[in-house]
Design a protein around this ligand. Structure first.
Ligand code: IMP
Length: 211
């Protein structure tokens, strides 16, 4: 059985994501280096699923650095858009990574699909974590959170699509929550709320498998 590595490269160049991963890895006592700090190139994400893309990113960072690596492939899946933007969530923000534009694009697509009432505005965030070792071993963990798309955007915290996502059973969007509330930690460290925190919880609870 492999242990969670003591030193990990976080295989992401997305600042918001790296910040959350650092928070979530903190309690595990890992030493964290980011792909940007090691100047690792960003591989092309040409997989067709979150799992495939998470593996591509983690294996690229682990083999380039010689250190175990953790990646996160995530996105927003909107029911009325048949799961889009999904694995292409970052692309909908364009080359400038403009998420005000991405949120507007999603809202316009939802309006065009007739998703005006709350019961037609369901969505989920998905995060797949991949731990990869330089020898090619990988482990995958998936977390999801259901919610409703709101318009106009609410809140300036978080990143990406946070201001338009209202998690089920909550009155504040992810954009209105501070990091601890989005992780679920306001209700105790064992309570995971966000898709990312749920994937971490699974990683910690199920442990890391055999070779
Ligand atoms: P990728 O996994 O780097 O391909 O990009 C995932 C994209 O999904 C991010 O750029 C965000 O737009 C979106 N996303 C993933 N997780 C979150 C989240 O926790 N909040 C808001 N947006 C997210």
């Amino acid at each position: 059985m492999r242990a969670v590595p003591g030193k990990i490269v976080v295989a992401s160049h997305n600042e918001g994501k790296v910040r959350e991963i650092r928070d979530l890895l903190g309690p595990l006592g890992c030493e964290i280096v980011s792909a940007a700090e090691l100047d690792l190139p960003e591989p092309e994400e040409n997989g067709e699923t979150f799992e495939e893309n998470a593996k591509i990113k983690a294996l690229a960072a682990a083999t380039a650095s010689g250190i175990p690596s953790l990646s996160d492939d995530s996105g927003l899946c909107v029911d009325a858009l048949d799961g889009k933007p999904g694995i292409h969530s970052a692309r909908w923000a364009g080359p400038e990574k403009d998420f005000a534009l991405a949120m507007r694009n999603v809202e316009e697509a939802m309006q065009a699909a007739g998703a005006t009432d709350d019961d037609k505005r369901g969505a989920r965030f998905v995060a797949v974590l991949c731990l990869a070792w330089p020898d090619g071993h990988t482990e995958l963990f998936r977390g999801e959170i259901e919610g409703v798309m709101v318009w106009p955007p609410r809140g300036t915290k978080g990143f990406g699509y946070d201001p338009v996502f209202l998690p089920e059973g909550h009155a504040r969007t992810f954009g209105e929550m501070d990091a601890a509330e989005k992780h679920g930690w306001k209700r105790g460290e064992a309570h995971a709320l966000s898709h990312r925190a749920r994937a971490f919880k699974l990683m910690v609870e199920t442990g890391i498998g055999d070779d």
